[in-house]
Design a protein around this ligand. Structure first.
Ligand SMILES: Cn1cc(Br)cc1C(=O)Nc1[nH]nc2c1CN(C(=O)N[C@H](CN1CCCC1)c1ccccc1)C21CC1
Length: 345
């Protein structure tokens, strides 16, 4: 078991839960709270010119605070590695959930899809586009709530969401026609297309455009033609068709999705994408940490509200999630010298 000195005493690494490119994700325990976390470990040397993507993902993750976006807790940077501590989702990938059930009922798809739209609408409201939405990038937490991950390709075009992006990115299967054609495109429109592919995958249990040969896959995407199984309701077909519109100008917008009849069927209110801001002052959590570090709450909060994404930020967010669960708020004592070293500077 490779020991990472930077995590010693703070996180206990358990096992690898994901591998990809120059990163791997491990399940770990945040020692002070005993809560499970995911640690994305990136080897800097291997990253090369992908380093800016990591910086971009970190900048994006630090500005997100939403119930359907995987929460960033801490960032540790060493000479050779990045350790990105993120919310652990114990339900695995939405992709595997769909495969397991073959396809989901319209009502289960609606519950999930409302959460995806809520997360994406929140991203867009902050001026970000995800640009790599796919079932593998949507995780389930222990309560079957969906969380978006992998913001390495997200974009925040300088001129706001109205200005075109050019970099073709993401996986072709979920790529919109304008992306495939290498034309200039708008992030939000590309995300809506990918959400159309996601909704199709939920309802049908297959992909609308699929082919092992990349060229015939592109042809299928550009044709905008896909199979409509008989079990799909008319309303489902209409919604999918409005998202898988080849012409981005004709494609439904996220704002229209929020109150679309299919999404609000039997639920009445439109999708709520406002975030539950986790950056609020929570007396219980601040007090528990203040007494743990033997400082007064004001001093504790003065450090916390800088949101340095240090160990204290992680402890605070994890205590908040414990409180939300109704679990007791307590901190286990770290080994003495570490505890003192961790004192608030
Ligand atoms: C698959 N699985 C099964 C169980 Br049970 C829990 C999980 C699981 O992955 N849980 C989990 N919680 N939090 C995370 C994860 C995975 N995870 C991830 O960020 N996972 C992605 C998965 N991407 C999908 C397409 C390409 C890579 C990843 C990125 C780089 C390297 C490895 C994995 C985070 C940290 C945000």
């Amino acid at each position: 078991m490779v020991r990472y000195a930077e995590l010693k005493g703070l996180y206990e690494i358990e096992k690898t839960i994901g591998c990809g490119g120059f990163a791997k994700v491990k399940l770990a325990t945040h020692v002070a709270t005993g809560e499970k976390v995911a640690v994305k470990i990136m080897n800097k040397t291997g990253l090369g010119d992908d380093l800016p993507r990591v910086k971009l993902e970190l900048k994006a993750l630090k500005s997100f605070s939403h119930q359907h976006i995987c929460k960033l807790y801490q960032v540790i940077e060493s000479e050779t590695h990045f350790f990105i501590v993120i919310e652990y989702c114990s339900g695995g990938e939405l992709f595997d959930h769909i495969v397991e059930k073959n396809r989901l009922s319209e009502s289960e798809s609606r519950t999930f899809f409302r959460q995806i739209v809520s997360g994406v609408a929140y991203l867009h409201s902050l001026g970000y586009a995800h640009r790599d939405l796919k079932p593998e990038n949507v995780l389930l937490d222990k309560d079957q709530n969906l969380k978006l991950i992998d913001f390495g390709l997200c974009a925040r075009p300088e001129g706001g969401m109205g200005s075109p992006l050019y970099t073709s990115c993401g996986s072709p299967t979920y790529a919109a026609p304008e992306l495939v054609l290498g034309k200039k495109y708008l992030g939000p429109e590309v995300d809506v297309w990918a959400m159309g592919v996601l909704l199709y995958a939920l309802l049908v249990g297959a992909l609308p455009f699929d082919d092992i040969n990349i060229d015939s896959l592109y042809k299928k995407i550009l044709s905008g033609k896909y199979a409509e199984p008989p079990f799909l309701s008319a309303e489902s077909k209409r919604l999918i068709a409005s998202m898988l519109q080849v012409d981005p100008k004709k494609r439904i917008t996220v704002q229209e999705l929020l109150s679309h009849p299919w999404l609000t069927l039997g639920i009445l209110d439109p999708v709520d994408y406002t975030s539950i801001d986790l950056r609020k002052y929570d007396k219980d959590c601040v007090d528990v940490m203040a007494s743990y570090y033997n400082v007064n709450p004001e001093r504790m909060w003065r450090h916390l509200k800088k949101w340095k994404y240090d160990y204290h930020t992680a402890t605070y967010f994890l205590l908040l999630s414990r409180k939300k669960r109704g679990a007791v708020l307590r901190l286990v004592s770290l080994p003495g010298q570490l505890h003192l070293k961790m004192r608030l500077e």
